[in-house]
Design a protein around this ligand. Structure first.
Ligand code: HEC
Length: 398
C-alpha cells in the first residue's frame, strides 16, 4: 500500500487503540480500586439485601455510593452495564495496528542478522507465536487455577520464555512489540472467554432464580487480577519501540523481562496499598531492577578514537547516502515513507554537517538508526561515523 495512506491508517488506528485502551484499563483499575476499598455496610437493611461492601465517593460534582453484593442481587436490575467493548476494541485496533505497522511494511519484522526469514514467513511465525503463547497461558491457568502462587511463578516463567522466543526470530524492536501483543491477547482472551461467559452464566442463573455458581465469580476474579498485573508490562512493551537503547542489546529479551517484572511489582504495591498496607519493598525492588537495567544497557564509553586526520567527508557522505537516504530524503524511496522521517534530510553536505550531533547520537551512541538496521549498516561504517564525529571538533564537540 502507498506509504502515505499506510501512515494515515497507522495514525487513526493508534489514536483509536490508545483511547480504547485508556477506557479499558481505566475501568479495570477503577474496579480493582473499588473492590479493594469496599467496607462492610453498617445498615441492617443493606446487610439483609446481601450487600457485602460499599463505598462513598465524590467525583465531578456528585456523590456516588456503589455497593457490592456477596453473590448477586435477589432480582436482576432492568439495566445492567457490562464492560467488554473497551477490551474488544483495544484488541481489534491493536491487531489492525500491528498489521499496518509491521505486517504490511516489509522489513520491520525481519532482521537478517537475527534470522533470515521471508516477510510472509515472519508474519506467519508472528501470528503462530501470538496463538501458541495464548494457548499456553490458557492451559497453565486451567491446570493450576487452584494454586495461585505456583500459577504466578509459572506465568512469570512463561513471560520470560516468550521474551526469549520472540527475540530469536524477529528484529528486536518487533520482538518487544510481539511479546507485549501476546500478553495483550491473554488479557483480551480473559475477558472474552472467561470473565464475560462466567458473568453470562451468573446472570442466566439469577434470571432463572437459581443460585449462581460461585466458581464462575472466582475464576472471573482471578483472570481480572491477572489482567491487572499484566497492564503495566504490556504498556511498557507498547511504548518500548521509541527507546532503542532497550532493544538494541545483546540480551534484549532479558531487558524486557526484567522491566515487565518491575511493572508487576509496582502494580502489586498499589494493590496492597489499597488495603492500607504500604509495603515499600515492592517499589524499591522495582527501582532496583530498573537501575540494574539502566546500568546494564548504558552505552559503553566510545573506544578512544585515534585523532582522525584522515576521515574523508566524501566517504561519510557515501555511507549516509547508501544507508540513510532511502528514508531521509525529500522523497524517500523506502516503501512506507512519504516524507523524510523526523523532518530530517541527509541528502546533502550541509544537512549532514548541521546534524552531526544527531547523526552521531543515533548511529553510534544509541544505534537506533538506520531504523531496524533495514539498510544493513556495518560495524566499520559506524566506526567511520564515530571517527568523523570526533574529528569534526576538538575532543568530539563539533
Ligand atoms: C527505514 C527508514 C530509515 C532509515 C534507513 C534511517 N532512518 Fe533515521 N529515522 C527514521 C524514522 C522513522 C525516524 C523517526 C523516529 C521516531 O520518531 O521515533 C528517524 C529519525 C532519525 C533521526 C532523528 C532522531 C531524533 O529524534 O533526533 C536521526 C538523527 C536519524 N533518523 C538519522 C539517521 C541516520 C544517520 C541514518 C543512516 C545511518 C538513518 N537515520 C536511517 C527512519 C529511517
Amino acid at each position: 500500500m502507498d506509504g502515505y495512506w499506510l501512515d494515515w491508517a497507522g495514525l487513526l488506528l493508534r489514536w483509536l487503540h490508545v483511547v480504547a485502551a485508556i477506557a479499558w484499563i481505566g475501568a479495570s483499575f477503577y474496579f480493582v480500586w473499588l473492590d479493594n476499598h469496599l467496607i462492610p455496610p453498617q445498615e441492617p437493611a443493606l446487610q439483609a439485601k446481601g450487600v457485602s461492601g460499599e463505598l462513598w465517593a465524590v467525583h465531578g460534582g456528585g456523590f456516588y455510593n456503589p455497593q457490592k453484593y456477596r453473590l448477586a442481587p435477589p432480582v436482576l436490575p432492568e439495566k445492567l452495564h457490562w464492560f467488554r467493548w473497551e477490551a474488544y476494541t483495544t484488541w481489534l485496533s491493536g491487531m489492525a495496528l500491528l498489521t499496518a505497522l509491521y505486517f504490511l511494511r516489509p522489513g520491520y519484522l525481519v532482521d537478517p542478522s537475527v534470522a533470515a526469514l521471508a516477510q510472509w514467513q515472519a508474519v506467519m511465525l508472528a501470528l503462530g507465536g501470538l496463538l501458541l503463547g495464548t494457548v499456553l497461558y490458557e492451559g497453565v491457568c486451567r491446570v493450576f487455577a487452584s494454586k495461585p502462587v505456583v500459577l504466578a511463578s509459572l506465568l512469570l516463567g512463561l513471560v520470560g520464555a516468550l521474551c526469549f522466543a520472540f527475540a530469536q526470530y524477529f528484529a528486536p524492536r518487533a520482538a518487544f512489540l510481539l511479546t507485549g501483543a501476546t500478553l495483550a491477547c491473554w488479557m483480551a482472551g480473559n475477558v472474552l472467554w472467561v470473565i464475560i461467559p462466567g458473568q453470562r452464566r451468573m446472570v442466566a442463573a439469577i434470571a432463572a432464580q437459581r443460585q449462581p455458581d460461585v466458581s464462575d465469580g472466582l475464576r472471573g476474579k482471578q483472570r481480572s487480577l491477572h489482567n491487572n498485573y499484566l497492564t503495566l508490562p504490556v504498556l511498557l512493551a507498547m511504548i518500548s519501540n521509541h527507546y532503542a537503547f532497550l532493544y538494541q542489546q545483546e540480551q534484549s529479551w532479558l531487558v524486557l523481562w526484567l522491566l515487565m517484572l518491575a511493572g508487576a511489582l509496582i502494580r502489586h504495591f498499589f494493590n496492597r496499598r489499597h488495603h492500607g498496607v504500604a509495603d515499600w519493598r515492592f517499589p524499591l525492588g522495582a527501582c532496583l531492577l530498573l537501575a540494574l537495567v539502566a546500568w546494564r544497557v548504558a552505552p559503553q564509553p566510545a573506544a578512544p578514537v585515534v585523532r582522525a586526520e584522515g576521515v574523508d567527508e566524501v566517504q561519510v557522505q557515501r555511507v549516509l547516502t547508501e544507508r540513510c537516504v532511502s528514508c531521509h530524503a525529500a522523497k524517500p524511496t523506502q516503501a512506507g515513507f512519504a516524507a523524510p522521517p523526523a523532518g530530517l534530510r541527509l541528502d546533502d553536505r550541509h544537512a549532514i554537517a548541521a546534524n552531526a550531533v544527531r547523526i552521531h547520537q543515533q548511529v553510534v551512541l544509541s544505534r537506533t538508526m538506520p531504523l531496524a538496521n533495514l539498510t544493513q549498516m556495518t560495524e566499520s561504517e559506524r566506526q567511520l561515523i564515530s571517527r568523523w564525529f570526533a574529528a569534526q571538533g576538538q575532543g568530539g564537540q563539533p
